[in-house]
Design a protein around this ligand. Sequence first.
Ligand SMILES: [Zn+2]
Length: 126
Amino acid sequence: MLEIDDLCPCGSGSSYGDCCRQVHLSHAKANTAEKLMRARYSAFVVHDVDFLYDTFHPSTRRFQNKNAIRRWAVENKWIQLSILRSTPQTVEFEAHYLDSTMEIQVHHEKSIFKQQSNLWYYVDGQ
Ligand SMILES: [Zn+2]
């Protein structure tokens, strides 16, 4: 299990307690799309399903399913996040993980984020 003194899974170089955990405790701490993206990756690592669900933009949240999110988070072993490019509303990244058969996988995505009532939300990715 991840401790607050451990390096943050998002690769920032800060401790988890000083980095993504702050966002997990308070969504408003993600004051950029990239910070939310990083915190969502770390939420997969710590299996924070509620955070992942709640940070979907209201327009896409209704298509989400907490059990499916939990399965995806728990089934895979999350190795590393690489941010390739970010703009104010998009983040392109690679998430490296071991799948349930211990095969190394790379999930490459350009995610779109939207701000609503001063909070950033994940809309979807391609
Ligand atoms: Zn972090």
